[in-house]
Design a protein around this ligand. Sequence first.
Ligand code: F6R
Length: 607
Amino acid sequence: MCGIVGYCGPRATPEVLLQGLKRLEYRGYDSAGVCVAHHGKLQVVKRVGKLRELTLALDHSLPGSYGIGHTRWATHGGITETNAHPHLDRTGKIALVHNGIIENYETLRARLENKGYRFQSETDTEVIVQLISDFYQGDLEDAVRQTLSLLKGTYGLAILHADHPDIIIAARNGSPLVIGVGEGEMFLGSDVAAMVAYTRQVIYMEDGDIAVIDRQGYRLTNSFDRKVDKKIETISYQLEEIEKGAYPHFMLKEIHEQVHSIPRAYQGRIDHENATAKLGGLNMKSQQLLHIDRVKIIAAGTSWHAGMVGAYLLESLARIPAQVELSSEVRYRNPIIEKNCLYFAVSQSGETADTLFAMRELQRKGATVLGIVNAVGSTIARESNGGVYIHSGPEIAVASTKAFTSQVTVFYLLALMFARLRHLSWPEGKKFIAELESVPGKLSLALEQEAHIQALAKKYAAYKDFLFLGRGINFPVALEGALKLKEISYIHAEGFSAAEIKHGPIALINPETPSLFLVPNDSLRDKVVSNINEVKGRGGPVIAVCEDGDTEVMRLADDVITVPSVSEFFTPLVMVVPLQLFSYYCALELGRDVDQPRNLAKSVTVE
Ligand code: F6R
């Protein structure tokens, strides 16, 4: 995963690099390093651990107006200072940072070792810088081009050379890179967040692009050395959106933001007069949409759970057969592209390698793949055949919260649009819209349970295993609850359909294993209540999330979290919020690093 930054200009270079890395730390936080060029010398500082270690070690007034930096999520080689980036070539004159994976690095390394090169690190990255060194005969860009032609895999690269202290070379293939344009200064980053404090003018590099950047501007060429003209885009989000503000953690901020981020996903997209949704980004006319016989959704992790809710909605409301599949499985399954089948790739970051590669494979076979993406300008957003931005704003905490509810909200719009094209009446469409628009208010009420949920987290955080159980449209919410708890608190948790426990998982029930049941007042409520009885009968502690006033569930369960009543289709939005808060407070109780849990990174750009 990793985050890359680069800067050339009059500001204090170490400060700009550290600020950029701080914004990109969500991409990886095993170790970090910077290199600053000054008077033909490269100064490299690297530290293992979070960025604060590097911040403490670095002389912030280090002179030099060119620099590159990196925050790492280890793939090849352990978490050590030697394996941290930037890496230097054998002459110590070339420095390089890399995001991605070089698949043929062992062959390349062996070739260089035969020529007498000695490697310092265990990384795949070091072969790139040594190859550049090997090809270098005074023309850095030429040496970079020759090197890139040998690489198999993915990379976002930033390169400095002590003898060319007025340029940074950047190259992209499969790992995002953005150039920021300032006045008399230029920026580079894996994401616009790295530069938003300084400039809003950006250029998104494409695969195959090579950029030579200096203080005055940039020259962009493709892999055939042909000039590439790209429009400078203006980024819209505000600095406050990527700051914690008064909240102790991004995750808590983002949970609370859902009251506003859900409306952002539907505002301007509802056609009240015709009781339907208008989604221009799909690039499809009503006639084309009418011919769609099937929908397939691909995604990973939390986005996969949102896709599962989406498939349920498309089938139940729009009566379109819909399936959801893990993108990591799609690509290598040699998928069959059916006629009149529309695909959706769901991704918060728009950079998830599994989803991106699956999308490309589907497109290669002739499928139309639309994106449901948060990160504007991300690779999936750009390469999909159209789609819908979820507009939840930057999501910084590694655990996804507001993106999930916004993705689900976009599926409400899609299901409404398809349903209205087919069978749903105008009054039914109106009712559905009114219910959707009432959700944010109900979410505020759900958030009022926060202090109670915090108290429950105190009571339950010491348990080692949890089951999350839900049915129907809330089965994916149970999976999501379990994922949230395990990823940030490290408590073992599994999600199941409540009906499924009797087929095996009930063997786990004992007084040490709490079950968290989702019990909306829907068509399956009574069946879930029976499942609660089965668990209680075997001595398992039960926490139930149910609707306010459900006295039977309140009596049965050991502890209850109540949520406001909404109609069946909308229950996932109110049910998931207490689960997010419960995970957050359990993690806090256990002293975990909530926003940056161990071993994880926000944007999973490796397979
Ligand atoms: C969990 C989480 C991950 C992501 C997954 C896909 O909280 O954030 O499971 O949902 O890595 O990421 P995107 O949505 O960026 O494709």
